[in-house]
Design a protein around this ligand. Structure first.
Ligand code: CTP
Length: 416
């Protein structure tokens, strides 16, 4: 017996936009993944895409009529209905032309109309030659789309259509599919940080010796940026204090750029006033050169032998935040990070527990670094230590998933 229609959960409705690039054939694999996992997919190719893969293929694989035009089935108003009713629009491949049309807001074919009328999450998976991807026009279009909250995936690096290689390959269909599922999952969740003001520091500070040389560290900023992206997606109002990071601005975050530990300190303190949560994910220098030369230091200045570099302590921003919060008697949640290595006397967690007490923060996110772990990688494995004795192990996962786990712990701490 079949269940009554009202008991049958509605299948998530996906519009798969296909741009006119050679990678269009890979969208057939993406389509198959969606249909086999119970999604209701309508394929909307561009006219150019139909040169690469014909309408018959899309229609047969999706079980639906396929058109690139706004002039078919006019009575059904597909140019408005498709975008309005979709739970997700994914464009793969998103060509340079399609990114440009979407950024400007043109409505010159059915897919462009869908992108203008969609109120659901939109994911775009670019594919093009490296020169096109790196052209300032495309860079500006991608930035504009990301600013509007559209998820533009980074293209993969590898062999392109000809003999050339570089960034511009369509990400693997499985990677696009996984990104879409996490976007759909996020859209279904409550915005549980709605109305919460958070300040996040990310990256690594640089302490200059002269205009061209500095003492720095290898922090990529990926974990801090993932924290900003996920907090914004969960409804928070986010200020991201970014120290020397070369990643695209996270959608929905206000980015404040700094170079040195002192600049970071001032920016974090200024924005922490009135914030409910401050997360210190940046690798902040503990020492800086006492002297900053105004001109490049020349070998001849020191007779060809190196001068020792005199260093002085920088302020401990995290400790200052805790002291200020305590003095004000506020319930601001302060989160620290600790990248540790074990040694013969203590494990990574021993160091973490001692640091949590020493710093006095509410949560300390501890990870082991060294030997390919932590810095620059796309995933992370952490333990979130709470001042109340809680210890949450987050097994190896993407930095986005780790960021979500940190926000879950922040929310638990706020609702104590
Ligand atoms: N931190 C900070 N200001 C500094 C140094 C670190 O706010 N001058 C913050 C970091 O952003 C991080 C936490 O403190 O959230 C721990 O950083 P870490 O370098 O591990 O702390 P240290 O106190 O320098 O620890 P260690 O004794 O291991 O050098």
């Amino acid at each position: 017996m079949t269940a009554p229609a009202s008991d049958t959960p509605r299948r998530p409705s996906v519009v798969l936009g296909v741009g006119g690039g050679i990678a269009a054939y890979k969208a057939a694999e993406l389509l198959r993944r969606f249909t086999e996992s119970g999604h209701d997919v309508t394929v909307v190719p561009t006219r150019a895409a139909l040169h690469f893969v014909g309408a018959a293929t899309w229609s047969a694989l999706s079980g639906k009529p396929v058109s690139a035009e706004v002039w078919d089935d006019v009575a059904d108003v597909p140019h408005v209905r498709l975008g309005q009713q979709a739970d997700l629009v994914v464009v793969a491949p998103a060509t340079a032309d399609l990114l440009a049309r979407a950024a400007v807001g043109l409505a010159d074919d059915l897919l462009a109309n869908v992108l203008l009328t969609a109120r659901c999450p939109v994911v775009m998976a670019p594919a093009m030659h490296t020169e096109m991807w790196q052209h300032p026009a495309t860079v500006a279009n991608v930035a504009a789309l990301r600013d509007r909250g559209i998820v533009v995936l980074d293209p993969a690096v590898g062999r392109l259509t000809g003999a050339d290689t570089g960034p511009g390959r369509l990400p693997e269909p499985q990677a696009i599919y996984d990104a879409c599922l996490s976007v759909l999952d996020r859209a279904r969740r409550d915005p549980d940080l709605s109305g919460v003001r958070v300040v996040i520091s990310a990256g690594g500070t640089r302490e200059h010796l002269d205009p061209v040389r500095f003492l720095g560290n290898s922090s990529s900023g990926k974990q801090g940026y993932a924290l900003a992206t996920t907090a914004a997606a969960r409804g928070a109002s986010v200020v991201l204090v970014s120290a020397n990071v070369s990643l695209p601005d996270p959608a929905g975050a206000t980015v404040v750029r700094v170079t040195s530990a002192e600049e970071l300190r001032q920016a974090v303190h200024a924005h922490a006033i009135g914030a409910e949560v401050v997360v210190m994910a940046a690798a902040v220098a503990d020492f800086r050169p006492v002297d900053l030369a105004t001109h490049k230091i020349k070998k001849k200045d020191t007779g060809g032998v190196p001068d020792p570099i005199a260093l002085e302590r920088t302020a401990d921003v995290l400790a200052e935040l805790v002291a200020r919060r305590d003095a004000a008697g506020s319930d601001q949640v302060v989160v620290g990070f600790a990248a540790e290595t074990g040694d013969p006397d203590a494990t990574v967690l021993d160091h973490g527990r001692a640091k949590l007490v020493r710093k006095g923060c509410d949560l300390l996110v501890v990870n082991e670094v060294g030997a390919g772990k932590g810095f620059g990688t796309d995933d992370n494995e952490v333990v979130i230590l709470g001042a109340d004795g809680t210890e949450v192990l987050v097994a190896r996962a993407s930095k986005g998933a780790v960021a979500d786990a940190v926000w879950d712990s922040v929310i638990a701490r706020r609702s104590r």
